[in-house]
Each structure stands twice: as C-alpha cells, then as structure tokens.
Design a protein around this ligand. Structure first.
Ligand SMILES: NC(=O)c1ccc[n+]([C@@H]2O[C@H](COP(=O)([O-])OP(=O)(O)OC[C@H]3O[C@@H](n4cnc5c(N)ncnc54)[C@H](O)[C@@H]3O)[C@@H](O)[C@H]2O)c1
Length: 415
C-alpha cells in the first residue's frame, strides 16, 4: 500500500516510526511544507520509504493508494475537498485516514463523512488508545471474568501532559477549543470501548447523559499567561481555552438495561515527567489499571550532567524534565497504539473494508464531545435521549471555540 501524507509534523513523524512495525506499506508522497524535508529524511532513515514531496494535494493523491490527513484541525475540510476533487478528476485511491478529532463541530465532522461517501472512499478515524496493546491485553485476560460476572460498570480514563508543542493547538479558534477538544476525544472513546462487553460492536452501548466541567486552572494565571503569550503568541486573558476538563458519560446496555459510567479527565497542566495515559476500570469482582508513566526502564540524570542538556524530548512524549529519575518508554509508537491502528487500517483497506474505526464512528465521538462542551457551558447534565438535544448539538459551536471562553470558563484562584 502506497501512503501519501498531508502534514509532515509531529504526528506524521510518529506514524512513520509506527509503520516500521507494519507490513505491506510504504510512504510514497508528502505535501511540501516547511518541515517536509525532515519528514522525508525520517521516513528514509527508519526504512518506510523515501516519499516524494509534491506541491499540491492533487499530486499527492495521484501518487498513492491511501491519503493520510495529518494536518491541523482547521485545515481538514479544505484538504478533504481537494482530495475529493482529485478523485473526481480521475485519481484512484482506496481510502482516507484522518487523525482525531474528526471535526471541530458536528457540522464539520458531517461534511467530512459526506465528502468521503461522495468519493466512495474507505475511511479510518485514528483514535489510537483503543488500539493500545495494554488495553487489548487486559480485555483478553479479563474476558473469562467478564463472561462469568458481567461487563465493567465503571471506567476512568485520563490523558494529561504539560501543554501542546505547536502554537495552533493553543489557539481555541484554530484547534476548536482546548484540552477537551484535543485529548477529551481519546479519553471518551477509550472509555466507551472499555465499557463495551467483548464481542459487541463499538456502538452497542447507548449514551444517555453527559456532564462536564471545563476550567482554566493554570495557563490563564501569572506567570504562565505571560509565558504563553511570549512563546506562543496566544493571550489566554483574552481568548482562553480550558486546560482542564473532566466529566462523566452514562451509557445504557440495551440488552440488560444496566447503567454504566465512564469518567474522563484531560489536562494541559500536568506537572510530572511527561505524557501520562491512565485508565482503570472495574466490574463485579475484577478490575484493571493501565499507567503509561510506569516503565521497566528508568534513567537518572544528576544536576552536573543536566547542565549540558537542553530541553530534549528524549525519554517520553511531552517531556518536561531533563534531570532526576526519569521513566523511559522504549517503543512509544507501539505503547500508545499507533502501530496497531495502522496495521488495522492497512489490513482492512486491503480487503476493501473500512478500518475498525471509521468516520461515522468519529462523528459519534464528535457528538459526545459537543455534548461535553455544552454541559460545561450550561452547567448541567445533558440528556442525550432528548431529541431536541440532537438538534442543538448538530448546529452547536462551543463558546470557547468562538473565542468567547471568558464567558464560560471556571478560572484558577488568582485573577
Ligand atoms: N493521536 C494522537 O495522539 C495525536 C497526537 C498529536 C497530534 N494528533 C493530531 O494530528 C494532527 C496534526 O497534529 P501535529 O501534532 O502533527 O501538528 P504539527 O503542527 O506538528 O504538524 C502539522 C503539519 O501540517 C502542516 N500544515 C499546516 N497547515 C496546513 C494546511 N493548511 N494544509 C496542509 N498542511 C498543513 C504543517 O506544515 C505540519 O507539517 C492534529 O489534528 C492532532 O489532533 C494526534
């Protein structure tokens, strides 16, 4: 399978590394942007192909079998329109892959789903945590207990780090919000997956209610606000986004009527060594826990040695420390699920199917995200069984995404 990349930044590089562990795939094309030469060099050095740089999306589409959309959230619709135009002009691709979040609103997500349908393309919505080997392993191990005792009733999932690596992520208009938009989609998706009884489809559980709190606890306050303005050009005093979000989604099992809950927590104000994904859950008589900051490998860098190091992101994604006792993850692309989501996509697209998670699934996650923002804004639990709510969510644009976060965000103690 020849893959063409739109986007040559952080996640593209991570996926190229992941592809070293996937068979029958090669990166052949990338859209030319400022960092595409480094991306080409990375692909070459890890052995997943030497992609050619093209000046237009149409040329990328003409030189691959599957297009991967890994550019920023605000550029997705235009990108997809150009892909569809190239297909309608005669290019023959099998499918399209998109990174989370599918869209910043229901309207955007639905437009993307419709465009893919119009061009008759198979789709993959990349939501890596569902593919984590640690998640799959605990589900396999617990299957006999789940079969005997019943499915989990409570799951908690969290993704936290100290803040994103590129300026556009910090801009609530470009990103579509703050940490809830950026990482809440992961925690919501994996929570739903973990609650779903093994063997049932991902859409088995019916979401019935969503509650959420969106707050700005760190980056709106001194000296962090000034640091953000200086380093990223974004003023969270004027156009803030949430750096902390937590909530609960209630689901109903349609076969048993049982009510089960998933709690999500996401932050950009996490003060530990680097990115931490944490999931735990329990059913009658059994439980599981996953924590990606635990590793069998640790290094220690004392003060004397640390003086010689700059801010190097060597040990972990979003590392915030260069000294002390640091966990090292030897294979992050595999740990976070990037390898297995790519493998699933390559295998299923090759069989002429959608990936396990397709864009319709991404649309459902967008709906839950929108309900979470709406709950944070309204300060109440959103009843997803109310048909009027669906109408509201279809046209809803969160105030934070409109640049009006000051009207809705709960703030840290100091002003
Ligand atoms: N699954 C995950 O864990 C994960 C992690 C990081 C990012 N992501 C997602 O991947 C996407 C990209 O994030 P990133 O961290 O790689 O961002 P990035 O800023 O590091 O890279 C973005 C890339 O897109 C290019 N680009 C910018 N504007 C463009 C445009 N208008 N048209 C075409 N290309 C454009 C840039 O030149 C760059 O190569 C985001 O949607 C993000 O949510 C997912």
């Amino acid at each position: 399978m020849r893959l063409g990349f739109i986007g040559a930044g952080f996640i593209s590089t991570f996926h190229a590394t992941a592809l070293t562990m996937v068979r029958n795939v090669e990166v052949t094309a990338v859209l030319r942007r400022s960092r595409s030469p480094q991306f080409v060099e990375h692909c070459s050095s890890v052995g997943v192909g030497t992609p050619r740089e093209y000046d237009s999306i149409a040329e990328v589409v003409r030189n691959c079998d599957v297009v991967a959309i890994y550019n920023p959230n605000f550029s997705r619709i235009e990108t997809m329109k150009e892909i569809v135009a190239a297909v309608e002009a005669g290019a023959t691709i099998t499918g399209v892959v998109i990174e989370k979040p599918l869209g910043r609103t229901m309207k955007e997500a639905r437009t993307l789903v419709d465009l893919a349908k119009r061009a008759n393309l198979k789709t993959a919505y990349f939501e890596n945590q569902i593919f984590m080997k640690a998640i799959a392993a605990q589900r396999d191990q617990l299957k006999p207990s789940i079969d005997a005792m019943g499915p989990p009733s409570l799951v908690r999932s969290a993704e936290e780090h100290g803040g994103p690596h590129a300026n556009w992520f910090w801009d609530p208009v470009q990103l579509g919000g703050g940490v809830l938009m950026d990482m809440g989609c992961h925690s919501i998706a994996v929570g739903q997956h973990l609650l779903t009884p093994p063997g049932k489809p991902l859409s088995f559980l019916e979401p019935v209610a969503v509650s959420c709190d969106t707050s700005l606890l760190k980056w709106g306050e001194s000296p962090w606000r000034e640091q953000l303005l200086k380093e990223r050009g974004i003023d969270y005093g004027k156009t803030p986004a949430e750096d902390f979000a937590t909530g609960i989604i209630t689901y109903r099992n349609p076969e048993t009527g049982a009510i089960v809950k998933s709690q999500f927590t996401d932050s950009w104000m996490f003060e530990k060594q680097g990115l931490r994904l944490m999931m735990d859950g329990m059913g009658p008589g059994y439980a599981f826990e996953v924590n990606t900051l635990r590793s069998p490998t640790e290094i220690f860098i004392g003060d004397a040695a640390a003086e010689s190091l700059a801010d190097a992101e060597l040990a972990l994604e979003k590392s915030t420390a260069t000294r002390g006792l640091l966990p090292v993850q030897a294979n992050e692309a595999d740990l976070y699920g990037y390898v297995d989501e790519n493998r699933d996509m390559v295998e299923r697209f090759s069989r002429g199917e959608d990936a396990m998670l397709n864009w319709e699934y991404g649309l459902e996650i967008t709906r839950l995200l929108m309900a979470a923002y709406y709950s944070g804004e309204q300060g109440k639990v959103i009843d997803l069984t109310d048909p009027q709510i669906d109408e509201v969510l279809e046209n809803y644009v969160p105030a934070i995404q409109k640049g009006e976060g000051n009207s809705v965000l709960k703030r840290g103690a100091k002003k």
